[in-house]
Design a protein around this ligand. Structure first.
Ligand SMILES: CC(C)(COP(=O)(O)OP(=O)(O)OC[C@H]1O[C@@H](n2cnc3c(N)ncnc32)[C@H](O)[C@@H]1OP(=O)(O)O)[C@@H](O)C(=O)NCCC(=O)NCCS
Length: 334
């Protein structure tokens, strides 16, 4: 008995990009109404000037649906064509059920495979690698990938290490077949020995009786700063090696928007030529974790800092610790 498998390999690319940025813009001064900090300190240490928080009517599922709708319109792909939908998030309020089946249904999909993945701020690049592998293998023709977070619900507004950094938003792409390779192999990995660096506290198990009604994100910011700009430079070079691309071949560098100082130090450590445009969406959007790479991609395309068809290096890293990066061809914007 031979098990049947698709045998035709194809190339995969991002065919369309869409985002949802929540309407409410939150300034550093508003954050400092509760947090013991200042606009000047926040801008100097993180580059962040504003971020967006979801309003009462903007749910994680609603933001995901809006971003995916725009990505599908940009790709010219209908709900019937999508074989799988992956949501990368760490802030869906329920462990069960996952958010992705509800997003798929809201998009008019019926019977579509849909599941969530959790890889912290690296979630989108992990999901992109899964989607690319599915399309390349012939297992699915079109896969929607969503990166989404509603971190404003999971923050302690008085915590000086996190309250000014994290924010909300959603970004999505459609991955589908292509004449040319549009998504390079991923350089990805993890280091569970550093699980304590970015955590949720209290944990779902240990939180009862603490008086806290929901967990919040906690972070050893200095440890992240010591790790990311150096370890991720190696991951960047590995992603370029796997794709057969040199720094001079890149048009854009779109790292996870952790904070501006990490981005700048990482770009220096990678030794990117000055011709490479660097994403700085964190300044206006804050750190939106799994949503930050597609949001930063959209900002560069919208502001003409990069164009559809350009070659870009994506790198994402965060809780786990987990990381993933790949060289991609930028998609059209919805
Ligand atoms: C969070 C971060 C900005 C803090 O900067 P830092 O220089 O490491 O800050 P430290 O905790 O060492 O504190 C330095 C000083 O600032 C003060 N400080 C800390 N947080 C503050 C805040 N929010 N506002 C004002 N002052 C603050 C401290 O009290 C300390 O004061 P002191 O020198 O008088 O003792 C920095 O560690 C960072 O950018 N880390 C990476 C975080 C990140 O991007 N995470 C994303 C993960 S995906």
């Amino acid at each position: 008995m031979t098990i049947q498998q698709p045998t035709e390999l194809t190339h995969a690319a991002m065919l369309g990009l869409g985002v949802h940025r929540p309407e409410r813009v939150v300034t550093n001064d508003e954050i400092c109404e509760v947090l013991d900090s200042s606009d000047e300190w926040i801008q100097t240490r993180s580059g962040i000037k504003t971020r967006r928080f979801a309003g009462e009517d903007e749910t994680l599922i609603g933001m995901s649906t809006a971003a995916a709708e725009r990505a599908m319109a940009a790709a010219g792909v209908t709900a019937e064509q999508v074989g799988c939908l992956i949501v990368a998030t760490s802030t869906h309020p329920e462990h069960t059920p996952a958010s992705a089946p509800q997003v798929a249904t809201a998009l008019g999909m019926t019977g579509t495979a849909a599941f969530d993945i959790s890889a912290g701020c690296a979630g989108f690049c992990h999901a992109l690698n899964l989607a690319s592998s599915m399309v390349r293998s012939g297992a699915e023709s079109h896969v929607v990938v969503v990166g989404v977070e509603q971190l404003s619900r999971f923050m302690d507004p008085t915590d000086r290490g996190t309250a000014f950094i994290f924010a909300d938003g959603a970004g999505a792409v459609v991955v589908g077949p292509s004449d040319e390779p549009g998504i390079g192999p991923a350089a990805w990995g993890s280091d569970g020995s550093q699980a304590h660096v970015i955590t949720q506290t209290p944990s779902c198990i240990g939180g009862h009786g603490t008086g806290q009604d929901h967990p919040v994100v906690q972070m050893e910011g200095t440890a992240v700063f010591r790790w990311a700009p150096f370890a991720m430079a190696e991951v960047a070079h590995e992603a370029m090696r796997l794709a057969g691309v040199a720094p001079d071949d890149l048009d854009a560098f779109i790292p996870h928007q952790a904070n501006l100082r990490i981005t700048q130090t990482l770009a220096k450590n990678i030794k990117l030529p000055e011709s490479v445009a660097i994403a700085t969406d964190v300044v206006d959007a804050g750190n939106t974790s799994a949503a930050s790479v597609p949001l930063a991609m959209e900002a560069m395309l919208r502001q003409d800092e990069a164009s559809a068809g350009d070659t870009a290096l994506l790198i994402a890293f965060g809780a786990g610790l987990s990381y993933a990066g790949q060289v991609v061809t930028l998609p059209p914007l919805g």
